[in-house]
Write a protein of this length. Structure first.
Length: 197
């Protein structure tokens, strides 16, 4: 028995949501993954299927689970195993990039942090360390360095200018991986950098 491929993933998602409204090129709705009083979920049709983004911070997997769907339901056609791995790696790198930015912001000498800032920095460290548990993730050394700087900040250490520059350089490298990894020749350059390290 062959699987039925949904050719309208956005429609499948929209049918399961509450408070759906048209918004620009897509829609907004109440996010099913958290108690949403006003629509914080963005839904749009992407090149390969439905694209979901919760502005309250719910991961896409949590939204899909709350809808009773699978991630594969968001795509127009099934992805091959290498395509799924590439997308998963790209998603992890995007998340790591966000967490690295949190650490860079925490490193600026603007005054004492409040409890919410400290909590968010702890979350960033946990997410960076979780990303490092994945095999084959590019930029591991840079991610480890950013996590180490974050741990130093959490320990109450004030970073000097050189440390902040190094932190920023590592965060920029991670960002570069996210934006440039699909450009021709990047894989070869990355392999050369990794082999020479």
């Amino acid at each position: 028995m062959s699987a039925v491929i949904n050719r309208d993933p956005a429609g499948l998602v929209l049918d399961r949501l509450e408070g759906v409204r048209k918004s620009g090129a897509g829609w907004t709705a109440k996010c099913p993954a958290h108690e949403d009083r006003s629509p914080s979920l963005s839904i749009r049709e992407g090149e390969r299927g439905a694209v979901l983004h919760c502005f309250a911070g719910c991961p896409t997997q949590a939204v899909v689970d709350a809808l009773g769907l699978r991630m594969s339901d968001l795509f127009n056609e099934p992805l091959s195993l290498p395509q799924r791995r590439q997308r998963a790696t790209k998603a992890v790198l995007k998340g790591v990039c966000t967490e690295a930015l949190i650490v860079v912001c925490a490193a600026s000498p603007v005054g004492p942090r409040n409890d919410a800032d400290t909590s968010r920095l702890k979350t960033a460290v946990a997410r960076l360390r979780a990303a490092l548990s994945l095999d084959g993730l590019q930029g591991r050394r840079e991610i480890e360095r950013v996590a180490a700087f974050a741990s130093r900040i959490l320990a109450g250490e004030l970073l000097n200018d050189e440390d902040r520059d190094n932190l920023t350089d590592n965060a920029e490298w991670i960002s570069w991986l996210v934006t440039d990894e699909t450009k021709p020749g990047v894989a070869a350059r990355l392999e050369g950098v990794t082999n020479n390290a």
